[in-house]
Each structure stands twice: as C-alpha cells, then as structure tokens.
Design a protein around this ligand. Structure first.
Ligand code: FE2
Ligand code: FE2
Length: 135
C-alpha cells in the first residue's frame, strides 16, 4: 500500500512573531515538502543532499531559537534545547538509514517520520515558546 505522504501545511500558529524565526520555519516547511515530492517521484538522487541541507539549516535555526530563549530568560530552556538535540540526532538517524538503504521500500514510513519530526516540535515546543513570548 502506498499513499502520498501528507504535506506539512503552513499554519499561522507556527508563527512565533519573530520575523527571523518565522522565515526559517517557512523555509524548513518548504524544504520538507520538496523532499516529499521527490520521495513520491522516486527521485532518490537528490534526497541525501536535501537531508544534508535540512540538517545544516535546522542546526542554525535551533541556535537562533536558543539564543532568543536565553535572552528572554525562557523558563523551559533546558527542556526545549534537549528536544532540539534529540531532533538533530533523529534526523542524523534518518540520513544514516537513507544512506544504508534501510528505508528502501519503506518510503511511506520515511516520509511519515520526517513529517512527525517537524510538526510535533512546531506544535508543542515552539508553540509554547510562541505563547510565552506574546504574554
Ligand atoms: Fe524549537
Ligand atoms: Fe523552531
């Protein structure tokens, strides 16, 4: 059974109200959706490069968010940072699994994992940070 993976649809609640962070969130959503298109099309040649780019961009993005949290004295800094580290490990694992072919004919699982990875962090950790910064 093979269904097209659900795309990550941008929602206003993803906005933190900090232009630099929101811009990067939008860029990451665009990048992840590009990967989904390539997965669906079995255009596997560029996926490894795209994952490398996501990893690099997300590392920079997390650094920016952590800088803001530190500056604002955010109460759940440690917890949020730990989730960032966990997510970076997870994307590394996805890259490794991709490289050694273990996602070969499990592309739905692969796409689903990427999607959860993005949406869950946005909806939980980043959303809380967003509410905190606005109050
Ligand atoms: Fe975050
Ligand atoms: Fe974020």
């Amino acid at each position: 059974m093979s269904e097209a993976p659900a795309r990550v649809v941008w929602r206003n609640e993803f906005s933190l109200g900090i232009p630099a962070v929101d811009h990067e969130h939008r860029e990451m959503v665009a990048l992840i959706n590009e990967i989904f298109v390539r997965i669906e099309a079995d255009d596997t040649e560029t996926i490894a490069d795209d994952l490398g780019e996501i990893h690099a961009r997300i590392s920079a993005h997390f650094a920016l968010e952590e800088q803001i949290m530190r500056r604002e004295g955010y109460d759940q800094f440690d917890d949020h940072k730990a989730d960032h580290e966990h997510l970076l490990d997870d994307i590394r694992e996805i890259m490794d699994a991709y490289a050694d072919g273990s996602y070969g004919d499990r592309k739905d699982a692969f796409a689903g994992r990427l999607q959860r990875w993005f949406v869950d962090h946005f909806k939980t950790k980043d959303a809380r940070l967003h509410r905190r910064l606005r109050t």
